[in-house]
Design a protein around this ligand. Structure first.
Ligand code: HPA
Ligand code: ZN
Length: 335
């Protein structure tokens, strides 16, 4: 029996074809894979049961676990497996198209050269698409606490990457103690290069961080949980149709929102914002995208038409061109 509020294998919301815009490839790592790779490389995980890695009470705890999980991916074959299994699990959640973060800062810290990570991800994504029908494009996420210097250095690396695969630049980790104005040059330069931009903000920090990043010109707001705290900003985000990639389950697990019932997702939607639903780090939170849809539908009594409209928001908010969006809408309508 599935647990309460999980999407069963035959649940209409699991079978609904979906698009996901906020998911970290490292946050899809299966505990069993992490344990196997740790054994292969002789890396201590500090726990007997790898499942125990995925427990935390704060974003800081979570980021610690995230770092430990990152530490086992060293060779192209490891990154291939990560990306391939991400596609396999996405297919099981009904995800057909995904714009997915990867976080080079965590791997560079451990001496893994960028090209090793990139080579593995690219081939894993290609094989994942062939075998599981999930199309994936990548967003390079900078680790915000490292500051603007390392972020700009990563953007330099991004210049030469295949633009069919790398479509955007973002930033993750904590907002605590960081003046987000420092990232303005990153956004400007990324846009100069023709990359889309997004940023985690208004998650464990205030709505003012969303305002700074909107002013900097970001194309999408990641989380944006605190948006409604600022009515003028909310109006701008609604009027300019700047999408939010909301991850209610993640917000509850990490403790920035008390419960799903208390999450502002539905209120943001009622205010007219273009809000999308996402899993963030599905293996870390133990809910995939289908579970996320199921839980929000059950918690807020959202019927199928409403859930389809939320799914359709993700098509609109994606960085596909209009032709590809139309093709995806047609594909989804036919399935
Ligand atoms: N918040 C901040 N940083 C992250 C997250 C998140 O939810 N997931 C991966 N890196
Ligand atoms: Zn995230």
């Amino acid at each position: 029996m599935p647990e309460p509020l999980m999407a069963a294998p035959d649940s209409p919301l699991r079978l609904l074809p979906k698009v996901e815009l906020h998911c970290h490839v490292e946050g899809t790592a299966r505990a069993a894979t992490v344990a196997e790779l740790a054994a292969k490389h002789g890396i201590p995980l500090g726990v007997d049961d790898p499942d125990d890695l995925y427990t935390y009470e704060s974003l800081a705890d979570f980021l610690n676990a995230f770092g430990t999980v990152c530490s086992v991916f060293l060779e192209p074959a490891d990154f291939h497996r990560l990306a391939y299994e991400a596609a396999e699990d996405a297919a099981a959640a009904g995800t057909r198209y995904r714009e997915m973060f990867f976080s080079p800062g965590f791997h560079l810290d451990r001496g893994v050269p960028f090209h090793r990570m990139w080579e593995g991800l690219v081939s894993g994504i290609a094989d994942g698409e062939t075998d599981h029908g999930v199309r994936t494009r990548l967003i390079l996420d900078v680790d915000k606490p490292k500051g603007i210097g390392p972020a700009m250095a990563l953007l330099e690396v991004a210049r030469s990457l295949d633009r069919d695969l790398l479509i955007g630049v973002g930033g993750d980790s904590t907002e605590q103690g960081l003046d987000h104005h420092m990232f303005e040059p990153l956004i400007a330069e990324a846009q100069q290069l023709g990359l889309k931009t997004c940023f985690h903000c208004g998650e464990d920090g205030p709505a003012e961080n969303i305002a700074i990043m909107v002013e900097a010109g970001i194309d999408r707001i990641d989380h944006g949980t605190r948006l409604l705290d600022l009515p003028d900003l909310t109006k701008r985000v609604v009027d300019e149709r700047i999408p939010l990639t909301s991850c209610p389950g993640s917000n509850v697990e990490i403790g920035v929102v008390e419960s799903l019932e208390a999450h502002p997702f539905v209120d943001q939607r009622a205010a007219g914002a273009l809000v999308t639903l996402n899993s963030d780090d599905p293996t870390f939170f133990r809910y995939d995208l289908a579970d996320e849809y199921e839980r929000m539908s059950a918690t807020f009594d959202l019927d199928m038409a409403e859930m389809v409209a939320i799914r359709d928001n993700a098509i609109e908010a994606s960085w596909l061109d209009e032709t590809d969006k139309a093709a995806l809408r047609a594909e989804f309508a036919a399935s």
